[in-house]
Design a binder for this molecule. Sequence first.
Ligand code: AMP
Ligand code: MG
Length: 405
Amino acid sequence: MGKPGKAGALMPVEQALQQLLDLADATPIREQETLPLAGCDGRVLAHALISTLDLPPWPNSAMDGYAVRLSDWTGEPLVVSQRIFAGQAPQPLAAGTCARIFTGAPVPAGADCVEMQENAVVHADERVSFSEPLRTGQNIRPQGQETTVGETVLDAGTRLGPIELGLAASLGCDGLAVVRRPRVAVLSTGDELIEPGLPLGPGQIYNSNRRVLCSWLARMGCDVIDAGILPDDLEQTRGRLAGLGSVDLILSTGGVSVGEADFLGVALREEGELALWKLAIKPGKPLTVGHFRGVPVIGLPGNPASTLVTFALLARPYILRRLGVLDVTPLRFEVPVGFEWPKPGNRREYLRGRIEQGRAVIYRNQSSGVLRSAAWAEGFVEVLEETTLARGDRVNFIPLSEVLG
Ligand code: AMP
Ligand code: MG
C-alpha cells in the first residue's frame, strides 16, 4: 500500500495523489439512484447525458425585428404579412413580404435573415424597408446550434451543478441517474479534544477538524457519519472502528505524528493494513492510508491547516474519483507573487494566500496550527520544493472555491 521511496525520502504530492487515485479506481462506488433534477445538485452523473433533441429545435430569431427572404429585398418596401411571437408556430413566409418577429420566435420557412428593428423603417402605409445591407443567416440561431440529437452533452462522471442541471432541463430531462452518496465516517483522534459547547478543561482544545470535515464532506454530497472524538487509547480505538458499520471510507484526523502512540495504526494493522506516508507537503507531512476490515481508511494529520490542505488536495480527489469523477484536478492559475520567499524547503508548500492587485500575498502566520490563515485566504499559493521566490516570480494559485465542495 504505497511504495516506500528511498529511505527517508519524502513522497512527492503527485505520487501520493496518483496512488490514492489508483486505490480509488480499484474500489469504485457504482450503485446509483435516479433523482429529480432538484435533488441532483453536487452529485455525480452515473451515465452520459445524450441529447434527445436538437437545441434549438428550430431556427429562431436572436432579435426583435423582421424576418426576410433575402432575394425579396430589392430596396422596395415590403408588406408585413404576419407577426410571430415566441411560443407561436409561424406560417411559411409569403413571397415578397416580410414578417414581424420577436426574440426566440421560430423563423418562418422561406426566411433566411432577420434584420433588427433598429435598422427597419416603418412607412406610413406600414410597409417596411431596411437602412443597412442584409446578410444571409443574420440574427438567426440555427436549429441544433447548441446540440443535435444523439450528441453526448455531459459525460458520465460529471459533477452536477446549477449549469449542468440547467442544461439537462433544456433537453427536457426531469431527472438523472446519479451515483449514490458515499458514506464517510469522520473520526477525530486526540485526548486533548472536546466538543464546542462544553467548558474547556486544562490542556484541552476544541475539536475544529470535525466541523471542517463534516461540513466539507456534506457539501461534496457525502453521507457523513460523525464518529466523534476518539481518545488516544487502543481498546477504545478498536471498539469504535468495529462499531462504524458499513461505510465507504473512514477519515480520521490526528494521531499520525511520528513519536505519538499511534493507536489507530495499531488497530488497523490488527484487522487491516496501513501505510504511513511521509509526504513532501507543507503543512501536512504524515498521511496514513490503509483499510480496516476492507473499508478504506485515510488518516489526515491533526493540525487544522494540515487537515484542510491534505483533505483539499488528496482526500477530496480520492473521494470524487471513487464516485467516478475523472477530472479531479482543481483549476490553478499562475500569478506573480507579491512577497519574498528566500529559504527553499524540501516540501511543497501550500501557503494560505489571497490575490491583491494581481499578486499573490500570504497570511502573516503560516503555522500548520492556524486555521485562521485559511479563513483569511482565497486560495493556496503553491511553492515548489527547493524553490526561492522574489517579488514578481510566478507561482500556481489554487482558489479555495475550486475545492470547497
Ligand atoms: P496529532 O496529529 O494528533 O499529533 O495532532 C497535531 C496537532 O493538531 C496537535 O496540536 C493537536 O492538538 C491538533 N489537533 C488534532 N486533532 C485536532 C482536532 N480535531 N481539532 C483541532 N486540533 C486538532
Ligand atoms: Mg493527537
